[in-house]
Design a protein around this ligand. Structure first.
Ligand code: NAP
Length: 306
């Protein structure tokens, strides 16, 4: 039996592993995909302290992974199906979708969040054929093409700017007349000639034949619909927490893990850290801090068991 199982190897999970190992815990990290989390899809990170110049997302995360592994963290591949605590023994069982399971004294849930869908016709149909959720991964396929970016938050603003490296024009379609994203990113977008904001507009459908040919938009103020000819649609309308395997009673009304300032859920010994926890500001540095906090709390909890 492990002292600690950490679910997810993004910034929160890797920071938890680094702190957990240094506290002497026998731990394992379980990751569904490859280590690194969403940051792997970020072209450059310019607000993680310690890097004078912007650092590529993959580089930052491979350094975090390397640091955790150097200290001795074991990172296993696995898709968690459920986390249950035995009321009698107080031991957690982490069950995987392949039918296997592991036991531990504590669990840190750090499995992050997934891209929110628009849920409009064409979105799933053209996924990989013009519809994308990752400009860093797919931007280069749109050299000298026309793209639409959907959303008005930090991600949409950053990714629209990134896409101008390839695309000849980027429409930035937002459902309101003001962007939500940081002022510095708004300024960057405004100063970029290739980006044309389309305000007060929602996507009704993504249209095409074998690949995307355009989007049908509806102006929410006038009610009018219009077509925009584009070759690619990049959707950045927020995230939903990856919490399906957690006991329902630790989730809030948004499906996020409800925690206190010490990352404790309502189940003693079960912690949540990073983008899936309630009130997260979804910043790399904050996810890392959550992970560190949760690991130190897990250590204290285990001390209290003996
Ligand atoms: P977000 O801040 O939740 O913004 C989502 C955007 O999508 C909003 O503009 C929202 O419009 C719009 N939207 C939501 N549902 C929609 C729908 N169904 N149809 C059309 N538009 C829709 O998400 P995010 O930009 O991915 O950012 C997530 C978090 O990560 C934030 O806390 C952000 O600060 C952080 N982040 C930080 C950085 C950075 O620091 N460099 C980079 C990326 C992300 P409304 O504005 O009208 O609600």
């Amino acid at each position: 039996m492990k002292d600690l199982i950490i679910i997810g190897a993004g910034p929160a999970g890797l920071a938890a592993a680094i702190y957990g190992i240094r506290a002497g815990l026998d731990l394992m990290v379980v990751e569904r995909l490859s280590p690194g989390g969403q940051v792997m899809n970020t072209f450059e990170v310019e607000n993680y302290p310690g890097f004078e110049e912007p650092v590529p997302g993959w580089e930052l995360m491979s350094k975090m992974e390397g640091q955790a592994r150097r200290l001795g963290a074991e990172i296993a591949s696995g898709d968690v199906a459920s986390v249950r605590k035995d009321a009698g023994s107080g031991i957690f069982t982490v069950a995987l979708n392949d039918g296997t399971s592991m036991e531990s004294k504590t669990v840190i849930s750090a499995s992050g969040a997934s891209y929110r869908r628009l849920n409009v016709p064409g979105e799933e149909e053209y996924l990989g054929h013009g519809v994308s959720f990752c400009a860093t991964c797919d931007g280069a396929f749109f050299k000298d093409r026309i793209c639409a970016v959907i959303g008005g938050g930090d991600t949409a603003l950053e990714e629209a700017h990134f896409l101008t490296r390839f695309a000849k024009k980027v429409y930035l379609v937002h459902r309101r007349d003001k962007f939500r994203g940081a002022k510095i990113l708004q300024n960057r977008v405004q100063e970029t000639e290739k980006i044309e904001p389309v305000y007060d507009s929602v996507v009704e459908s993504i249209d095409g034949e074998t690949t995307v040919k355009g989007v049908t938009l509806k102006n929410v103020k006038t009610g009018k619909t219009s077509s925009l000819a584009v070759d690619g649609v990049f959707i950045f309308v927020g995230f939903t927490a990856n919490t399906s395997y957690l006991p329902p009673d630790v989730l809030d009304g948004n499906g996020e893990a409800a925690v206190d300032a010490r990352m404790r859920t309502s189940v003693p010994g079960l912690y949540a850290a990073g983008d899936l926890r309630s009130g997260s500001r979804r910043q790399i540095v904050m996810a890392a801090a959550d992970g560190a906090t949760a690991a130190l709390e897990a250590y204290d909890y285990i001390l209290g068991l003996t």
